[in-house]
Design a binder for this molecule. Structure first.
Ligand code: PAF
Length: 265
């Protein structure tokens, strides 16, 4: 497929329903390259639940406008056949892909890596920008790029939050105003954990903060080693708190480096 791009390209892969978080990724991409491609493709392979796939929010016109005003030079909306002309070679996310997000979203990370690799193959970017909000996704993409020795510089972008502290996500638009306010409690819980100077206190503060969120159905709240995804120990240098759960059926995830533990970054 000829995308007629001016290389070097910075790629921002998305599934559409763009928001301020995506705008910040595009602006970061623009700092690395004049040509910025925003791909919009809702990848069926990474949805374990067909209803979630079919109800994924779509807003192509608004997306194009936001992407263009943020600096995108090409908004690419490939079809399923363009991405997967043949049966795709599924990329295994391995053991780490079956932890945390992978426990409840079976096959999600294999599907995610498979489409990211296809996007890389088709666009041949020099740079690709991903948000830190999806920390496990970012971890697995970094590992894939390293293992396959792909000539791509990955740029991780900080999480953008709304006024309640809730991490921006396309799914947030399904929450009511009160639910969004309540969901801001995830950020408060992460900050509470981050105020602790030892791991045991950080873990109990995280749990305390999460349990205080009205109507939050907890999936996991843990402190892990951000370099390996193993549970953090007292000696861990890069501790990171990761949280996931649901409010009114909407899945929310977030994470934060625990800067007072070890030498976290
Ligand atoms: O984070 C997302 O929006 C998706 O997982 C991605 C990276 C665009 C792959 O479909």
């Amino acid at each position: 497929m000829d995308l007629e791009l001016k290389h070097p390209v910075a790629l921002v892969p998305t599934m559409g329903a763009l928001h301020a978080g995506h705008a910040s990724l595009i602006k970061i991409a623009k700092k690395h390259s004049e040509e910025v491609v925003v791909s919009i493709f809702v990848n069926p392979l990474q949805f374990e639940n067909p209803n979630d796939f079919s109800s994924y929010p779509k807003s192509v016109n608004a997306d194009s406008e936001l992407a263009t005003t943020s600096g995108a030079t090409k908004i690419w909306t490939p079809t399923f056949e363009e991405i997967y002309p043949n049966d795709p070679e599924i990329i295994a996310s391995g053991e780490i892909g079956n932890l945390f997000e992978g426990v409840h979203r079976f096959g999600h990370f294999d599907g995610m890596l498979t489409v990211v690799k296809r996007l890389f193959d088709l666009v041949q970017p020099k740079f690709a920008v991903f948000g830190e909000k999806d920390f496990q996704q970012l971890f697995l993409i970094k590992r894939m790029v390293a293992q396959m020795q792909l000539p791509i510089e990955l740029i991780s972008a900080p999480t953008i939050r709304d006024s309640s502290g809730l991490a921006m996500s396309s799914r947030n638009q399904k929450l009511s105003i009160t639910e969004r306010e309540n969901a801001g409690g995830i950020y408060k819980a992460l900050n509470l954990a981050n105020s602790a100077s030892d791991l045991t206190t950080a873990r109990s503060q995280l749990t305390k903060g999460i349990l205080a969120i009205p109507n939050f159905l907890l999936d996991y709240a843990e402190i892990i080693d951000g370099e390996s995804f193993a549970l953090a120990e007292d000696s861990t240098v890069n501790c990171r708190a990761i949280v996931a759960g649901w409010i009114n059926g909407i899945r929310l995830i977030d994470n934060m480096a625990m800067s007072n533990l070890g030498n976290s970054k």
